[in-house]
Design a protein around this ligand. Structure first.
Ligand SMILES: Nc1ncnc2c1ncn2[C@@H]1O[C@H](COP(=O)(O)OP(=O)(O)O[C@H]2O[C@H](CO)[C@@H](O)[C@H](O)[C@H]2O)[C@@H](O)[C@H]1O
Length: 484
């Protein structure tokens, strides 16, 4: 079976968050099911640099006004189709915004062009290759499903995965005439979204199957609290929505062989982890401590509950713990953490930025990883933390609630606990969760068991890739409904 996977990010070539990790690791996991994935990605500079043995397979003289070449190539086990359109993708800043964080004003056009090419490949194939299914990720390529629904005579099954409903690709309605779609595509059944254009909304309406990245999130987004304005569409498509929890790349995140960490460790050799802990404290200018070293590696945003964490730093300091924060995001939250680091220089250390090796080192050295998200479709940070023996302390929401087993007395007694959950997601409950962590940390054997149990958890793609394979089988047999 051939899958055309369409994604704006793919690890290790271009990444701003979890989407890249999933788009980069799922194709490898699907190979075990006899599924061959080709991933279409935009030709950002980092992607073009990494391509080896690339060859042009299609040419566009005026793709939404720009010259573009579709290039086929391989890198790091990924089979890629790259849309080399310098006018759209060869830019200094990030994939979606400039260096100052301002969205590119032509994002509507960049991702319409990208989506148009995806639809062309789905419809006609490329060179001698034809996909059986098109599977698009998030809003950026979602318009391709709209092109296929309204402008194509080819019936190819269309799958859409939503990694985060908060990002929707909403643009002014007057752009519609430039998209080259028939008039009926600007409708409730298509792109129309509160008087604007909704790329994700259009994709949700045009998909044969919709996946989100955990069953809990699949339930949550049916309500206004989590639906972000799309709860009506999600309810209408309820029977075609399925939640599949993310797996992680067990090679990239492997404490026994990780090139970014100095002291490799495992459940059999846990003491070597202590050397990473010491190195981490040194790196962040913090003195050694008998108390727990808490960490947060995340986007510093409201979604991730990082403002809540910034508000309870005193609880960590008071208890004799340390806090290491690495991330970037909202200026006010960055400032709040920097201020906390100034107030408590011996206990709190912050590095604003985005650094992949450092993320590995923090997971490999800290005692506990804080993930107080207000909503979290799945979350990967807590899975990396499990694998690296860093006990996750998570909000009970979305995928966090499904991937971590709370250390209540029953779960501890049954030796199945892997972390700490708290709910509702507010500062008070986060404080209480920290106090529980301090108490558990003092029970050394209990904490060690918690850590070991986490490291033994299967976070691989094993089960979830099988679910995707089954889903692909179902959409190829259209009479079988997903919910059945
Ligand atoms: N400063 C920094 N330096 C280095 N690395 C950093 C970093 N800040 C974050 N990261 C990395 O970025 C990734 C974040 O992935 P998550 O899945 O936790 O959240 P994200 O909101 O990006 O993803 C969305 O999509 C994913 C994938 O489906 C869902 O799991 C999630 O719930 C949803 O919000 C992790 O690999 C993390 O290590």
């Amino acid at each position: 079976m051939n899958i055309l996977s369409v994604t704006a990010e793919i690890f290790p070539l271009v990444k701003t968050g979890g989407l890249a990790d999933v788009a980069g690791s799922l194709p490898k996991a699907l190979m075990a099911h006899g599924i061959h994935t080709r991933s279409l990605v935009p030709g950002y500079p980092s992607v073009m640099r990494a391509l080896t043995g690339a060859s042009p397979v299609a040419q566009y003289d005026r793709l939404f006004g720009e010259r573009a070449t579709l290039v086929a190539g391989q890198t790091g086990g990924l089979d890629l189709l790259v849309l080399d359109a310098p006018g759209f993708f060869d830019r200094q800043g990030g994939p979606y915004a400039d260096d100052h964080g301002n969205d590119y004003p032509d994002n509507w056009k960049r991702f319409a062009a990208f989506s148009f090419v995806a639809a062309q490949i789905a419809e006609h194939g490329v060179a001698d290759w034809r996909p059986d299914i098109i599977h698009v990720h998030d809003w950026h390529p979602a318009l391709s499903l709209v092109y296929l629904k309204f402008s194509s005579r080819v019936e190819i099954p269309r799958v859409l995965t939503v990694h985060n409903l908060a990002f929707q690709g909403q643009f002014p309605a007057h752009r519609f005439t430039e998209l080259g779609l028939p008039d009926e595509a600007y409708s409730v059944e298509g792109l129309e979204y509160y008087g604007d254009l909704g790329y994700l909304k259009g994709g949700l309406q045009a998909a044969d199957a919709i996946t989100v990245v955990s069953p809990t999130y699949a339930r949550e987004i049916m309500s206004p609290t989590f639906g972000m304005g799309l709860e009506g569409v999600m309810n209408a498509r309820h029977d075609d929505v399925i939640g599949i929890v993310n797996g992680i790349d067990m090679e990239v995140w492997n404490p026994c062989s990780d090139p970014y960490i100095e002291n490799h460790f495992s459940t059999r050799a846990p003491l070597r982890r202590l050397a990473n802990r010491q190195k981490l404290l040194d790196r962040f200018g913090l003195s050694d401590t008998a108390g727990p070293v808490f960490a947060a590696v995340n986007r510093l945003t409201w979604q991730k509950g990082m403002d809540l964490l910034a508000g309870v730093v005193d609880e960590i300091v008071k208890g004799g713990g340390k806090l290491i924060v690495h991330g970037q995001g909202d200026a006010a939250i960055e400032d709040a953490f920097m201020e906390a680091a100034r107030r408590f220089p011996h206990s709190v250390s912050v590095e604003i930025g985005y650094d992949e090796p450092l993320a590995h080192q923090i997971h490999a050295g800290a005692d506990a990883m804080l993930v107080p998200s207000r909503f979290e479709p799945c979350g990967l940070t807590q899975l990396y933390a499990l694998r690296y023996g860093c006990v996750p302390i998570v909000a009970r929401t979305g995928g966090l609630s499904e991937t971590i087993i709370d250390a209540n007395e029953a779960a501890l007694h049954a030796q199945v606990a892997t972390g700490i959950q708290f709910s509702p997601v507010d500062a008070n409950e986060l404080r209480l969760a920290l106090r529980r962590a301090f108490r558990l940390f003092k029970r050394r054997r209990v904490w060690e068991r918690l850590r070991r149990q986490g490291m033994r958890t299967d976070c691989s793609w094993h089960r979830s890739a099988a679910q995707y394979a089954e889903l692909y089988g179902r959409v190829l047999t259209p009479d079988i409904r997903l919910a059945g």
